[in-house]
Design a protein around this ligand. Structure first.
Ligand code: SF4
Ligand code: SF4
Length: 383
């Protein structure tokens, strides 16, 4: 085990990322009480902070990579410690020294693919818009109402492409003048930043910002809460400000303005999972529920942990690219919570959540009892 003590770079990196705020930690342990890891195995953010404060971090350990950046512990901390910033700072140091435990190595291929093709899924850059080739979807032009920033998973992942198609169908039905950037769109960079690859993030952000400015973009529609979060809260670091709307907000707007009309009914019991980056990180709790409640026949029920207490799916903080053993997957716990409500459908609004839930659905053999849906797919079926 490689322990570096005192490890000056760790302390400097943490200071740069979060100031001296981690020193405020008085070791109360509340973060560990609320952290979802402790439902599946021991993990202590409190200990990580303590060790980092003394530069005693085991930089080759797994713990450095566990935080899913779910945002649960920062909202509970009595001292305002920014635990996520501490985790990211430590990962930057490990990345700089190329020290990665086995479970993290798959994240390195995601990183390589982002650098060469602009997405983490080994998809060819030139095929980014292939999901739309049989649909009336145009390249974005200045003066259009909104840019649809599709995102990597909806562009390349076979399951998630269905959500991109449903989105385009709804926009066309509503008469929205929209376009896409196709191969000029790059990964938003949110998750690569959280695994410590700051320079890669900055390059992606610059390229996307240039594409937005060159094409005269003002309003951006996104399907992923991770794109939403970084465009809204992180791209302003580059002195730009675009209006960004998540699809659940846009659906609520389209329904409210009468641009889409709910004609059919959806006679099923549905439970809604708040994605961390839509809910806790950006306080979008009501609009997704308002959209579901507007659908005739749909019965909305809540899970044990919902809204601010929503249980993370396990995919944030770059964990979507890392290996998590069976028995330690938060998504398995979430599916059981969904099953306990008696719901037939687990609805959400994030590509990472859907990817993890679909995998858990197979592993837990829930295929007959529970469907996983993006809210967009449900709306498309009733208009
Ligand atoms: S909740 Fe805050 S003060 Fe308490 S141990 Fe965690 S980081 Fe430290
Ligand atoms: S942000 Fe979430 S996953 Fe990370 S330490 Fe806090 S509670 Fe645990």
């Amino acid at each position: 085990m490689e322990t570096v003590a005192p490890f000056k770079e760790v302390i400097d990196e943490i200071k740069e990322a979060g100031g001296d705020i981690f020193k405020l930690c008085f070791q109360c342990g509340l973060c560990d009480v609320v952290c979802p890891w402790n439902r599946v195995r021991p993990f202590s953010m409190r200990k990580l902070i303590r060790e980092a404060a003394f530069g005693l971090t085991e930089i080759d350990g797994e713990d450095l990579w566990r935080c899913t950046t779910c945002g649960t512990c920062p909202q509970q901390c009595p001292r305002g410690v920014r635990q996520i910033d501490v985790s990211v700072a430590l990962r930057r140091v490990a990345t700089e020294y190329e020290v990665f435990p086995a479970s993290v190595r798959s994240a390195r291929s995601a990183r390589a693919s982002i650098i060469s093709e602009g997405n983490p899924l080994q998809g060819e850059r030139g095929k980014r818009a292939d999901w739309a080739k049989d649909l009336p979807v145009k390249p974005y032009e200045e003066g259009m109402e909104i840019l649809y920033f599709v995102g990597c998973y909806l562009s390349y992942d076979p399951r998630m492409k269905k959500v991109a198609v449903a989105t385009a169908e709804i926009l066309n039905k509503a008469g929205v003048k929209f376009g896409i950037l196709g191969s000029k769109e790059n990964c938003c960079g949110e998750s690569i930043r959280k695994i410590g690859s700051e320079e890669v993030f900055r390059n992606l952000a610059r390229e996307n910002i240039k594409a937005f400015i060159d094409n005269g973009v003002r309003r951006i529609l996104v399907s992923s809460p991770h794109c939403y979060h970084t465009f809204k809260n992180e791209y302003p670091e580059f002195m730009v400000n675009f209006e960004v709307v998540h699809m659940t907000q846009y659906l609520e707007e389209l329904i409210r303005e009468g641009r889409i009309e709910i004609k059919g009914s959806y006679d099923k019991k549905v439970t809604y999972h708040d994605p961390c980056y839509l809910g806790r990180h950006n306080q979008i709790f009501d609009q997704p529920r308002d959209v579901l409640r507007a659908i005739a026949g749909l019965e909305l029920v809540e899970m044990a942990d919902s809204r601010k207490q929503s249980l993370c799916c396990g995919g944030g903080g770059g964990r979507i690219w890392m290996d998590t053993p069976i028995g330690e997957r938060f998504s398995d716990l979430r599916l059981k919570q969904a099953g306990d409500t008696g719901a037939r459908v687990l609805a959400t609004a994030c590509p990472y959540c859907i990817t993890n839930f679909e995998e858990s659905r197979l592993n837990l053999e829930y295929e007959e009892t529970l469907e996983i849906k993006d809210i967009t797919e449900i709306v498309r079926d009733v208009i």
